[in-house]
Write a protein that binds this ligand. Structure first.
Ligand code: HEM
Length: 111
C-alpha cells in the first residue's frame, strides 16, 4: 500500500482516468452552486485533485527522472506536496471560503 502511494504510477490507469473525470465534473458543479450547496463538491474535489495530480506527476517522474536516487527523491518530494495539498484544501473547505468560492474570487473585483 505505502509502496503504491509513493510509486503512484503503478496504480491502475482506469482509476487515474476516473480522477481526471471527477476533477472535470466536480469543479463546474462547485463553481455553479452557492454556499453550503458547494461543500460536498468542494470536499470531493479536495481529494480528487491532489490524487489526480499525485498519480499524473508520478507518470512524469517515471518517464523523465531515470537515476534511481533522483527518482526516489522526486517521488518522496511529490508525496510531501500531495500531503500538504490535501491538508490545505481540507482546511480551505472546512474553515475557509471553500475551493470553488476561492476560484470564483479570481473573477471578483477587489474592493
Ligand atoms: C480541474 C482540474 C483538472 C482536470 C479537469 C484535469 C484533467 C486531466 C485530464 C483529462 C488529463 C488527461 C489524462 C487522462 O486521460 O486521464 C490530465 C492529465 C494530467 N494532469 Fe490533470 N486535470 C486537472 C488538474 C491537474 C492538476 C492540478 C495537476 C497538477 C500538476 C494535473 C496534472 C496532470 C498531468 C501531469 C497530466 C499528464 C499525465 C500523463 O503523463 O499522462 N492536473 N488531467
Amino acid at each position: 500500500m505505502a509502496s503504491k502511494l509513493i510509486n503512484a504510477d503503478l496504480i491502475p490507469a482506469s482509476f487515474y482516468h476516473k480522477t481526471s473525470i471527477a476533477a472535470g465534473v466536480l469543479l463546474p458543479l462547485g463553481v455553479f452552486t452557492e454556499g453550503s450547496l458547494s461543500l460536498p463538491f468542494d470536499l470531493l474535489l479536495g481529494v480528487a485533485l491532489p490524487v489526480h495530480s499525485h498519480i499524473a506527476c508520478n507518470y512524469v517522474i517515471a518517464d523523465y527522472i531515470k537515476p534511481p536516487a533522483l527518482n526516489g527523491a522526486a517521488r518522496a518530494g511529490m508525496m510531501a506536496v500531495t500531503a500538504v495539498t490535501l491538508a490545505g484544501l481540507l482546511k480551505l473547505n472546512l474553515t475557509g471560503p471553500g475551493l470553488s468560492a476561492s476560484v470564483k474570487q479570481l473573477w471578483k473585483k477587489s474592493e
